[in-house]
Design a protein around this ligand. Structure first.
Ligand code: HEM
Length: 117
């Protein structure tokens, strides 16, 4: 059970890497576009995160306040991806505030995960 949980954490981290990596590639290349890869990363991190939100394969108590905050942040990122992608389809570009918020909130969630115990 413990090993299985570690594998799910690994999948969760792959989701984070795909989401942040796709976003960082756009930021560094100065294209500032939202891509399908970001949606997939969020989906992978979200599904694995929900699986990890249940207390299995561990001997300590989970911090549900922290998990709740991470879920809210994930939902906000999802909303921004949805609104930003619709704007990108309609006007050809994403409002900078939406693009930057997606990257910052992704980092905020990773920071909450590792710093808040
Ligand atoms: C963009 C969204 C997210 C990012 C970037 C993210 C990032 C991370 C990272 C980096 C870790 C590893 C921390 C460590 O092992 O110390 C982690 C662990 C975890 N995440 Fe997330 N996360 C996200 C969304 C979520 C969501 C939506 C949930 C649940 C609703 C969640 C639940 C958890 C749990 C329970 C762990 C601890 C796993 C364990 O040690 O057993 N995460 N997350």
């Amino acid at each position: 059970m413990e090993t299985l949980r570690h594998i799910v954490v690994f999948i969760h981290l792959i989701g984070f890497a795909v989401l942040f990596g796709a976003w960082a590639a756009e930021a560094v290349s100065r294209r500032f576009r939202l891509t399908r890869l970001m949606d997939y990363g969020l989906l992978i991190a979200g599904v694995a995160g929900l699986a990890l939100a249940a207390p299995w394969g561990i001997e300590y108590d989970l911090n549900y306040v922290k998990i709740g905050v991470k879920l809210v942040v994930l939902l906000v990122i999802g909303a921004l991806l949805g609104i930003g992608s619709a704007r990108q389809r309609r006007t050809g570009s994403v409002p900078p505030a939406i693009f930057w918020s997606i990257g910052v909130l992704t980092l905020v969630n990773a920071g909450i995960a590792v710093i808040w115990r």
